[in-house]
Design a protein around this ligand. Sequence first.
Ligand SMILES: N=CN[C@@H](CCC(=O)O)C(=O)O
Ligand SMILES: [Zn+2]
Length: 431
Amino acid sequence: MGKLTYVKSASQLICMDGGLGPRTGRGMSMLGITANGSVVIEDGIIVFSGSDTLAEHYLSTRQDDVEIIDARGKVVTPGLIDPHTHIVFAGSRENELELRLQGAKYIDILKRGGGILNTARSTREASEEELVRQSKVRLDRFLLHGVTTIEAKSGYGLTVTDELKQLRAARALNDSHPIDVVSTFMGAHAVPEEYNNNPEGYVDLVINEMLPAVAEQELAEFCDVFCEQGVFSIAESRRILEAAGRLGFKLKIHADEIAENFGGAELAARLGAVSAEHLLKASEEGIQALAKSDTIAVLLPGTALFLMEQAAAARKMIAAGVAVALSTDCNPGSSPTVSMPFIMNAACLTMKMTPAEVLTASTINAAYAIGREKVMGSIEIGKQGDLVLFDADNYRQLQYYYGMNLVHTVIKKGQVVVKGGVLVDRQQPAY
Ligand SMILES: N=CN[C@@H](CCC(=O)O)C(=O)O
Ligand SMILES: [Zn+2]
C-alpha cells in the first residue's frame, strides 16, 4: 500500500497533452481543459488525470493512503518550466540600470569591462559554497512563483576552473533543491579581459580545454554561445557549437538579441540547435529558417522590457509556424527576475501572445526547449507530478491580474513544496 496525492475539484485542470511535438500555430492554443478536474500522483509520478467523477472511480480501485488537496476555485497547470536562466552567480548590478537610464547601452557597458565581466569578477571571487548559497535563495523564489524546473547556464567564470566551479554549483543545487536544474555550459558568454588582445585564443580555450573538461565530468547537457556583434561572431559561434556537438552536447544559441540581421536564428536552424533564444532582432529569413526547423524560439520579454527595447516578434513567429517558449532569462544584468508569472504577463502585454499561447509556451514548449518533454510540461499519466495551483477561476485570469503572484500551491514530484503561497519546510527567502 503506497501513498497517493490526490488533487481534486480544480475549477480548470489544464492538461496540455505532450505527445504531439512542440506546439505551433493554432496548436499553441489547445490547452486540454477539464472542468472539475483531478490528478492523482503516486511515487512522484502522475497515475491519473481527468474528471472528479472518474477520479473517484479510479480511487475506489486502490487501497492506499490518500493525501487530498482541495483545488476548488483554483486553476491547476503543469509546473512552470523556465528554459533559460543564468542563476548561478555572485553579486548584483543595480548600478547598470541607472547607467542605462542615463542612455548607456547594455553592450557598451560590457565593452567597458562592466556587465557580464563585472559579474565574472564577483563569481570568480566566490567559493563554490557561496555560489550555492546565493543561488539557492533565487531557486526558493522561483518555487514561490510556480517554477518547478529551470535551465541554468554557466558563463560567469570564463576560466576553466571557474566555469567548472559554476557548473558544480548548479549540480549541487539540482541535488539539494526541489527544483530540477538542467545545466548548460556557456563559457562563450563573453571574452574575458585577459584575452582582450587575443579573442581567438579564448575561443581556442573554450574548444580545447573547457568543453572537453565539462564533457568528461558530465557537468552539462547543453552548450550555448552569446552569438552577437562585438561578442562572438557567427564563425566563432559555429566553431564552438560544432565542437560541442562532436562531444555530444545539445545546442542552444543566444541569437539576434542586439544587432539587426546578425544571422543567429539562421545559424541555430542550420546547426539543428534545440533552441534559439532572445531573437529580438531576428530577420524575416531567420524566422522562416526557424519555422522550417525543429528549433524552439525561447523568447524573453522581461529582458526586452528591462533593456527598454522592442520585444521579439512573437506574433510573426507563431504565424510562421515557429514553436515558441518563454523564459525569465534570470540574470544580474538584463533581467534580474524570477517571476515567470510576470514574464507570462509581459508576453501577453508586450508581444500580444494570448493567455492560452502563454501557458503552452511556459509548460510543454518550454519542456521541449530543454529536452524534457517526455517527463514534464504536461499533466499526463507517466509524467512527473509537477503541478501549480493558482488562485484563479479560469486560466485567462492569470494574464488579466497582471503583476500579481497568484501561485497558491506548488507540487513537485508529488510533494507539496509551496502551500498558501509559503514554502513548506523551508526558510522563507528575505525579499
Ligand atoms: N546576453 C547575454 N547574456 C544574458 C545577460 C547576462 C548578463 O548581463 O549578466 C542574457 O541572456 O541577457
Ligand atoms: Zn541569457
